[in-house]
Design a protein around this ligand. Structure first.
Ligand code: ARG
Length: 459
């Protein structure tokens, strides 16, 4: 039998495999609620401008609400023969309310319908993701406040560089998440524009009121150009780009947690409930959550590349290619929501091993720069003091002694400008407290920065 939605000009039914091949209902049914909301707004507008009677509109809305119930209760029978979520719902509407159901699609095309549904779906998804980012940030800020005085080695090249506070390190992650948050908020502005009214590509001959439909659906405005309205997917690409950056940040964070949880670093303990064991090695406690988040980064970045490649070379306006936008987009939403959830849940439970971090910070000559700065303050030009301290470090490597463990006489072999007060700058506390300016690692700065971050989070 020929397709009931467009069979008029066809002389044979669709090939069974082609039907399966071209269908999207298995994955686009996730937008059923948005599709129904869009249809209700469309019908309301059509009645307002006199294209439908008030009675027809009411019948359509009642029918759609009943279908929503069927879907929520798992009673709805999705049919591949009806291709996608839009035609499934419309066909069921006509089955339920009869001929009035056939009037719903007046002045509309699946092209503007699907574009509208995706935007409604993505707008909800972005709002959820934004709230998860905030939950994670709140955990990070708490941790930073709690560990404002905790000293750890700061690294460059993964080699000990200078002591930093753990709180400062956590607030670095928080800064990245702030930018991620802003990027998504900005992207939301472009998501929240309504394509409906573009119809297939050129607009429609009915006296539609697009502003009204947009207002009913909570859009900030309409897509100005009908050709662009049905074919634009750059809002989705932008979302995937912002998501890829979030995942990149979480992946870097994960890499650190995996390292820190190792026996070799032993800086943190992740709660058992976020780890798994080994089926062969009884001693193992593996940091699966950060590892998996790191791994899922590739998947989200892949989706970004999929969408970019999907859009490349598409002529105006709608092309069926665009049906391929959904799986990468939906999977990005799902993946990023899950990863943020896992991280936000895990953050308050991270246990910090202060003593181990402190011991590690004492190894690797982390206060060498402090000694160089000390000499500069005594009048030695920086390049000379760099050379002097380099020699002192070489001596320390040979003697297996940290700078702070050397006697005054030992240190004075390298410069007679060094006196008793040198030990104030060679301690870990001396080192971090000295970096006492906006953006520095001093505990007092970390507390102030955490306070500002919390205020920003609440605004
Ligand atoms: N399922 C289609 C999609 O996802 C809906 C739009 C189809 N429009 C069309 N003219 N074939 O893009």
């Amino acid at each position: 039998t020929q397709n009931s939605q467009w069979g008029g000009r066809f002389s044979e039914a669709t090939d069974a495999f082609v039907q399966e091949f071209t269908a999207s209902v298995d994955f686009d049914q996730i937008m059923a609620d948005q599709d129904i909301n869009g249809s209700i707004a469309h019908a309301t507008m059509l009645a307002h401008v006199g294209v439908l009677t008030a009675a027809e509109k009411d019948t359509i809305i009642d029918g759609l609400e009943a279908i929503r119930e069927e879907i929520h209760n798992g009673e709805f029978e999705w049919s591949v023969a009806l291709e996608d979520v839009h035609m499934n719902i419309e066909a069921r509407l006509t089955q339920r309310i009869g001929i009035t159901g056939k009037k719903l699609h007046t002045g509309r095309s699946r092209n503007d319908q699907v574009a509208t549904d995706i935007r409604l779906y993505l707008r909800d998804a972005v709002d959820h993701i934004l709230s998860e980012i905030k939950r994670l940030q709140s955990g990070l800020i708490d941790l930073a406040e709690r560990e404002a005085d905790t000293i750890m080695p700061g690294f460059t090249h993964l080699q000990t560089a200078q002591p930093v506070t753990f709180g400062h390190h956590m607030l670095a992650w928080n800064e990245m998440l702030f930018r991620d948050y802003e990027r998504l908020q900005d992207c939301r502005k472009r998501i929240n524009r309504m394509p409906l009214g573009s119809a297939a590509l050129a607009g429609t001959t009915y006296p539609i009121d697009r502003a009204m439909t947009a207002q009913l659906l909570g859009f900030d405005g309409i897509c100005e150009n009908s050709l662009d309205g049905v074919s634009d997917r750059d809002f989705a690409i932008e979302f995937c780009a912002a998501s890829s950056l979030i995942m990149t940040h979480l992946s870097r964070f994960s890499e650190e947690l995996v390292l820190w949880a190792s026996a070799q670093f032993n800086f943190v303990d992740l709660p058992d409930r976020f780890c798994t064991g080994s089926s062969i090695m009884p001693q193992k406690k593996n940091p699966d959550v950060p590892e998996l988040v790191r791994g899922k980064t590739g998947r989200v970045t892949g989706h970004l590349i999929s969408l970019l490649t999907l859009m490349k070379s598409q002529c105006l306006a709608y092309n069926k290619d665009n049906q391929e936008d959904k799986e990468p987009l939906f999977d990005t939403v799902q993946t990023i929501s899950n990863c943020l959830r896992a991280y936000a849940d895990m953050m308050p439970a991270i246990e910090v091993k202060k003593d181990n971090m402190r011991d590690a910070a004492r190894r690797g000559f982390s206060t060498a720069t402090d000694l160089a700065d000390y000499l500069v303050k005594k009048g030695v030009p920086f390049r000379d003091s760099h050379e002097i301290v380099g020699k002192a470090v070489a001596y320390g490597v040979a003697q297996v002694k940290d700078l702070s463990e050397m006697s005054l006489q030992e240190l004075r072999q390298f410069s007679d400008m060094i006196s008793e007060d040198v030990f104030d700058v060679l301690t870990l506390e001396g080192s971090v407290n000295a970096r006492n300016h906006l953006g520095g690692t001093a505990p007092s700065q970390v507390r102030a920065a955490a306070g500002r971050a919390r205020t920003k989070l609440q605004s």
